[in-house]
Design a protein around this ligand. Structure first.
Ligand SMILES: [Zn+2]
Length: 111
C-alpha cells in the first residue's frame, strides 16, 4: 500500500511542481531578455520541447497509479488504508472501502 500512496501523492503533486518550474523558467527568461537574449529563446525552445515529455510522464504516472490500485484491489485490500475489503464484488459497481470510504472504479481510478 505504501508504494501506491507514494505514487498517488507524487501523481497529485506533479502538475503543481511542473507549473512551478514553467513559471520559474518564465521569470528567468524575462530576466534574461535584457541581459542575454539568446537565453530567452533557448528557454522558450526547451519549454516547448519538454511540454510533450511532461504530459507523457503525467499519463504514465496516472497509468501506474491505476495499475497498482487494480493489483491491490484484486488481492482484496484497500489501496488507500490497507484494510480488507469485501471479496464479493459486482463488476458494474465501483469498489468502496468501508473503513476510509474511498471509491475505486473498475479501472483503478479513485474518486
Ligand atoms: Zn480504505
Amino acid at each position: 500500500m505504501l508504494h501506491y500512496r507514494i505514487i498517488r501523492a507524487f501523481n497529485h503533486g506533479y502538475p503543481l511542481v511542473m507549473l512551478g518550474l514553467y513559471v520559474g523558467s518564465l521569470i528567468l527568461a524575462m530576466g534574461l531578455m535584457f541581459v542575454f537574449p539568446p537565453g530567452t529563446l533557448l528557454l522558450l525552445g526547451l519549454g516547448l520541447a519538454s511540454l510533450g515529455i511532461v504530459i507523457l510522464f503525467a499519463r504514465l504516472l496516472e497509468m501506474l497509479e491505476h495499475l497498482l490500485a487494480r493489483l491491490i484491489l484484486r488481492s482484496g485490500t484497500c489501496p488507500n488504508c490497507g484494510r480488507r475489503m469485501q471479496t464479493i464484488h459486482d463488476e458494474e459497481r465501483p469498489w468502496t472501502c468501508e473503513s476510509c470510504e474511498r471509491v475505486f472504479s473498475a479501472t483503478g481510478k479513485s474518486g
